[in-house]
Design a protein. Structure first.
Length: 380
């Protein structure tokens, strides 16, 4: 893209590039809105305006990205110019950093490519000059982040550092101070530092996801089964399974099951109890996986399928489901896996785990306690 800009008349056909913004309108995302700035009337005004804008840009961008140095350049290379009294290229170059310098390079010709090469060399030479001067005559800048051990009588051994998104440029400085990543969210990153030489005992971030399947029975004791439009693993494509999905933050198991069933099939149901829990490891991003199956009695049995997520959905009798069960080495297309069948068979006849609310000692919403029910009470 930069090579295209060296061709005379580039402003006529270059709209925006993947890494180089050329025109005034295309540069808004990087430079901000400059449309309010007055356009220079002659060559002298143009050069003065470029000197001022490169200074402001270099200083601002250096702060925004947390850089030690920032070089800004602006000017005109030719062969044509916006001002009628200009016939040769020029470039305003500003270096912002521990040492700040600005130069105006004026060419003797309007050869576009020669000017672009010459202006580039001048910018790099000015940067090298500033770096050399800073290294030889100025004291080192104080660190942006200073770390001090304070054990509070030997009790505190770890440091938690939360950097909001606006302070993202401090991540590198923090790592240099011995911090390491703990977790990240859309609006912040959390880092930690363990002070002793012993292995860290700071708690890890959550490493287990929770999925919930809905075992829904209707008035005929039929079970709601679906085929996913796109299965997460190729070997499960086309297989019949229980509706369900991952829990959202703050959701109880029953709420997740009811939401997922309704979103995928349009069926609504009342919570009867928890059928089973499966705990697996080594899932996406190295997380563990807890999969709970919740039993629901259908309140609204009409199926209104979500065509974006579900390829098919229907009520099946226990006998029909059993007839579709195949072994691990057989194709699951249009079939039911042995593992799903084991869960379904258990849910139809065995005791359920029931949930009850417990007061939350943190003052938040009640917690859910799940306990087994006696076999005689659990038959549904």
């Amino acid at each position: 893209m930069a090579a295209l800009h060296a061709v005379p008349g580039a402003s006529s056909y270059v709209i925006v590039g993947p890494s180089v913004t050329y025109s005034r309108s295309a540069s808004v995302a990087v430079l901000g809105d400059t449309e309010t700035l007055p356009r220079p009337k002659d060559g002298k005004a143009a050069r003065d305006a470029k000197l001022a804008s490169t200074r402001d840009l270099a200083r601002r961008k250096r702060v925004e990205v947390g850089a030690t140095w920032c070089v800004a350049e602006n000017g005109a290379s030719g062969p044509t110019f916006n001002c009628s009294d200009m016939s040769a290229g020029f470039s305003a170059i500003y270096v912002a950093g521990p040492v700040e310098k600005c130069i105006l390079v004026e060419s003797s010709h309007a050869d576009r490519e020669r000017n672009m090469w010459g202006f580039t060399k001048a910018a790099l030479d000015l940067l090298a000059e500033c770096v050399e001067e800073a290294a030889g005559s100025l004291p080192a800048e104080p660190p942006l982040l200073q770390s001090k051990e304070d054990r509070f009588g030997g009790e505190s051994r770890g440091i938690w550092l939360k950097l909001p998104l606006c302070c993202a440029s401090l991540v590198g400085t923090s790592v240099k101070q011995g911090f390491s990543f703990h977790h990240a969210k859309p609006n912040y990153v959390m880092l930690t530092r363990w002070l002793p030489e012993t292995p860290s005992s700071l708690p890890q971030y959550g490493f287990t996801q929770i999925g919930v399947g809905g075992f829904v029975v209707n008035s005929k004791d039929e079970v709601l089964m679906i085929q996913e439009k796109v299965s997460p693993l190729p070997q499960f494509q086309g297989s019949w399974k229980l509706p369900g999905g991952l829990a959202d933050p703050g959701e109880d198991l029953a709420v997740t099951a009811q939401r997922e069933v309704m979103e995928e099939t349009g069926v609504t149901g009342s919570f009867l109890g928890v059928v089973s829990l499966r705990h697996s490891h080594g899932y996406r991003f190295g997380q563990g996986d807890i999969y709970a199956v919740v039993k629901l009695r259908a309140d609204k049995e009409e199926i209104v399928m979500c065509e974006k997520e579900v390829g098919a959905a229907r009520w099946m009798s226990l006998a029909e489901i059993e007839s579709l069960v195949v072994g691990a080495t057989e194709s699951l297309n249009g079939k039911v896996s042995e593992n799903n069948w084991k869960v379904i068979k258990y849910a139809m006849s065995e005791p359920l785990i029931v949930g009850s609310e417990l007061p939350n000692n943190r003052g938040l919403r009640p917690s859910m306690l799940y306990t087994a029910t006696p076999h005689t009470e659990a038959k549904m």
